[in-house]
Design a protein around this ligand. Structure first.
Ligand SMILES: *Cc1c(COP(=O)(O)O)cnc(C)c1O
Length: 371
C-alpha cells in the first residue's frame, strides 16, 4: 500500500507532538544561537551563567507564585536522578506512593530497593484511573504524588493529604500546563524537556521550608549519600545559582526563554487555559468519532497536557502513526509498555491549539484512507 500524502493545507505548522522530549520552539533555539559566544562555552562559576540560572529560578518562582520562603533548586540528572535524591535525602523511613503508571511506579520501585528505607506503602490503581486522595498512614513521613502520569494521560489534583507527611510531587510533564497551589506541596520537581520545551538533563525542584528542614535533618544524620545525590549540596549550590557539576547551559537558555515567554503571555493561568482548550478539542474530537475514544474514562482525570486516545480495532494506531510520521507529524505513538492501540498526543504550552486541530484533521484524513 502506497503511503498516502497528507495535503499541505491539513498539516500542522509544527509536526512535533511528543510527550518528552517534545517541541522546542525556533525562538528558544534562536536564543541559544544568540548567546553562542557570551554564554555557551563560558564558566558556570562566573557571573554571566550564574545570572542566567538566577533568571530561571526567578522566572519559575514568578510563574508558580511561590511564597517567599520557598526555594528553587536546580540539579543535574533530570527527574530520574531526583527520585534517587529523594530516596537519599527526603524520605526519613517510609513513604507512601500513588502509583498510576510507569513513571510513578519507577520511583516506588527505586525506593523499595533502597536498603536504608522501609518498604513503601503503595496506592495502586488500574492504568487510566487515579486514586482518591486519602490521609497518609501514620508511619509514612513522605508521600509521592504525580501531577501528570505521562504513560497514561491521567492527571492528579495536587492537594496536601491529611497526616503531615512531606508532599513530593513528580511534575515532570505536568509543570507549566496544569494548575497548582504551592501551599499544597513541599517539593514539586520536574525536568525541562516537557512543559518547558527545552532539552533533557536538568531537574528543578520547588521546595518548601519543611522540605529544606527535612533535607538538612537527614543531611546531618549518618546516612551515607553519594555526593551526586546529596540534597544539602543541591541546596547550597542552588542558593549560589550554581550546580554541583557542570550543567547544560543551552538547556538553561531554552528554559529561560520558555518561562519568560509564558510569563509575558499571562503566566500559569493563561498556560493552563491554553492547554485546556487543546485538551477540550482533542477529547471532544475523539468522542465524535466512531473509531476513537478517550482512554481515560473520568473526564476530570483526563490530562490537559498528554492526551491518550484509544482507537477501535478497525484502525491500527501503528499504521496511523507511521503514515503521520512519513508526513512529518511525529511522536504521537502510545507509551510502549502500556500496550494499547492508542495515540498519545503532547499538548504542552509550546504546542499550539491550531496545531492540535491540524493534528486531528490529519488523523481523520489518514483514517479515511485506511478504512
Ligand atoms: C519524563 C518523566 C520522567 C523522567 O524524566 P527524565 O528527565 O527522563 O529523568 C519522570 N516522571 C515523569 C512523570 C515523566 O513524564
Amino acid at each position: 500500500m502506497a503511503t498516502p500524502t497528507i495535503p499541505d493545507d491539513l498539516l500542522p505548522e509544527d509536526g512535533r507532538f511528543g510527550c518528552g522530549p517534545t517541541k522546542v520552539t525556533q525562538a528558544a533555539a534562536q536564543a541559544v544561537a544568540d548567546h553562542w559566544q557570551d554564554l555557551l562555552g563560558t564558566s558556570h562559576r562566573q557571573a554571566p551563567v550564574k545570572d542566567l540560572v538566577g533568571r530561571l529560578q526567578d522566572g519559575m518562582a514568578d510563574l508558580f507564585q511561590l511564597p517567599d520562603d520557598y526555594e528553587v533548586l536546580l540539579a543535574n540528572g533530570g527527574a530520574t536522578a531526583f527520585w534517587d535524591m529523594a530516596a537519599f535525602g527526603l524520605i526519613e523511613q517510609r513513604s507512601q506512593h500513588h502509583v498510576l503508571g510507569e513513571f510513578s511506579s519507577k520511583f516506588a520501585k527505586g525506593v523499595a530497593a533502597a536498603p536504608w528505607l522501609e518498604d513503601p506503602v503503595l496506592v495502586d490503581v488500574p492504568v487510566g484511573t487515579r486514586p482518591l486522595l486519602g490521609p497518609t498512614p501514620d508511619d509514612c513521613d513522605a508521600v509521592a504524588l504525580v501531577h501528570n502520569e505521562t504513560s497514561t494521560g491521567v492527571m492528579q489534583d495536587i492537594q496536601r493529604p491529611d497526616g503531615g507527611a512531606l508532599v513530593m510531587v513528580d511534575a515532570t510533564s505536568g509543570a507549566g500546563g496544569l494548575p497548582v497551589d504551592p501551599s499544597q506541596f513541599d517539593v514539586y520537581y520536574f525536568s525541562l524537556q516537557k512543559g518547558f520545551a527545552s532539552d533533557g538533563g536538568l531537574v528543578l525542584a520547588l521546595a518548601s521550608p519543611a522540605a529544606i528542614d527535612r533535607i538538612e535533618r537527614i543531611g546531618a544524620s549518618d546516612r551515607y549519600v553519594p555526593p551526586f545525590y546529596d540534597l544539602p549540596t543541591v541546596v547550597s549550590n542552588s542558593r549560589k545559582r550554581q550546580t554541583y557539576n557542570t550543567p547544560a547551559v543551552a538547556t538553561i537558555l531554552m528554559a529561560v526563554h520558555q518561562v519568560e515567554t509564558m510569563l509575558e503571555a499571562g503566566g500559569l493561568d493563561a498556560a493552563v487555559a491554553d492547554c485546556r482548550a487543546k485538551a477540550d478539542h482533542l477529547y471532544g474530537w475523539a468522542e465524535e468519532r466512531d473509531w476513537a475514544t478517550p482512554f481515560v474514562a473520568d473526564p476530570d482525570a483526563r490530562s490537559l497536557v498528554v492526551g491518550t486516545i484509544d482507537l477501535d480495532e478497525s484502525v491500527q494506531a501503528d499504521d496511523v502513526t507511521a503514515i503521520l510520521r512519513s508526513n512529518g507529524v511525529v511522536d504521537s505513538e502510545s507509551y510502549r509498555k502500556l500496550g494499547r492501540n492508542q495515540l498519545r498526543v503532547g499538548m504542552f504550552p509550546a504546542i499550539t491549539l491550531a496545531d492540535v486541530q491540524a493534528y486531528t484533521a490529519c488523523v481523520d484524513h489518514v483514517v479515511e484512507h485506511l478504512l
